[in-house]
Design a protein around this ligand. Sequence first.
Ligand SMILES: [Fe+2]
Ligand SMILES: [Fe+2]
Length: 233
Amino acid sequence: MTSVNDLIDNSKMLQLITERLDNTPKTKAINHLEMNHELIELILDLYNDDEDFPFEKMRKFSVEDILDYLQVTHQYYLSKKLPEIEQSLLHIFSKYGQSHQLLASLAIFFNDYKNKLVDHIRMEEKQLFPYIRKVIVASKVKTVCAGSLEIDPNFSIEKFISSHSPIEDELKEVSQIIKNYSSNEAIPLPYKIFLNQVELFELELRKHAIIEDHILVPMVIELEQKLKMPLRN
Ligand SMILES: [Fe+2]
Ligand SMILES: [Fe+2]
């Protein structure tokens, strides 16, 4: 597997993490995240090494902190990362034209991938995050009042866990598609640049999923247990 350090050095990695904060309109949540240096530093550690990462250190942060970070990250993917990768494809298009078979395969793959990623993010934004926000509210109000919160009966954290697919894995196909077409020749530079962007994005999504699965979900389960959830009959 490509190590993180092969792709990017530490200062660039920090830049990558803070870039999502710079790219978002300044809301209270963003200001709060920007001030939360400890959280950003821990996320940087996670980007550098997720195998020995001390997950217990994340417990000092609130579920809202983690949720805010993930939500900003979704925005960053949709408004910055995906358009950047598309821009790269357009650049290749302007150099090689539509007739290039490799380009056609990549464009089909990427378009399909983008739709899947947008659906993945939409589900989290429309179901998972609102559910968690309600659990947070429930944890702050009296248990008797918690029952009156309208929780989507078709959603549960267990369902989320079982359906949360590793969406980044498919991106590995990009390198395979490019290699298949250039088996005997060197990979042209614009494709190398594109591949590099995609590999970095794959790393991004992998770390993002680790934060969702190993930090956010356990925190929510703990909150649910405190409330003796599920909050529905
Ligand atoms: Fe997500
Ligand atoms: Fe996810």
